[in-house]
Each structure stands twice: as C-alpha cells, then as structure tokens.
Design a protein around this ligand. Sequence first.
Ligand code: SF4
Ligand code: SF4
Length: 119
Amino acid sequence: MPWIDVERCSGCGICVEGCPVNAISVENQKAKMNMEECIRCGTCHSVCPVEAVRHDSEKIPEDIKANVEMTKKYMQDCAKYLGDDKEKDKCLERMLKHFNKERIVAEKTLEQLEKLKDI
Ligand code: SF4
Ligand code: SF4
C-alpha cells in the first residue's frame, strides 16, 4: 500500500488531482491518504514530482521492529498483571502462534492471488 513520506511532500497537490477516487487531501501542506477509499492504483506514486509517495515494502524493517516491540511489551505486561515471570514465556508462545498464523494467511493468499493471473 502506498504511503506519504511527509518529509519529502511539498503539498503541491498534484497527487490529489491525479487520484481517481479522491482518496488524497492536502492538510497543512502535506498530502494525506484515506486508505479506506484508496484502490491501490499507483497513480499518486507515478505523478509525485519529489517521490514522496513511497512503496509499502520500504516499511518492512519498521514493521518488524514494531512487532518485536509490541511482543516485548505484551510479555512484560503479562508478567506484571498476572504476577508471574513465567507468563512472559507463555505470552511469547502465543505471539509466535499469532505471527505464524499471519505467515500462513499471507502464503495462502499469495497462492490464491497468483491464480488470478489466469483469469
Ligand atoms: S504530489 Fe507528492 S509532493 Fe505533491 S502533494 Fe502529493 S505527495 Fe506531496
Ligand atoms: S494509489 Fe490510486 S487510489 Fe490510492 S491514493 Fe494513490 S492515486 Fe489514489
């Protein structure tokens, strides 16, 4: 999914004009996307003169870091609220299951999406 690098965005509004579903607005000189409306057409990425519309893949390191930090917080909270340090390990097991499920969903979804190339 596209996202706006606000440091690069000049607020020129070119992407607003180009978006076919009016999913972008400019607020305080910065473009803002409404992802509920966005149809992932990529036009904003193509028309932005300063490459402020970025690809989702660039957020992979950031997303991984956020997931690890979130898991560490849950582990600490489980130990704190349940009053037992062993709860950290149980919490970690649950998070491992959660992300394993996410992986399976992603893999199976990719398989199904590849089949869409044939229709
Ligand atoms: S075209 Fe680029 S610089 Fe202009 S408002 Fe959109 S994201 Fe910002
Ligand atoms: S990807 Fe397409 S629909 Fe989504 S914000 Fe950009 S121009 Fe609009």
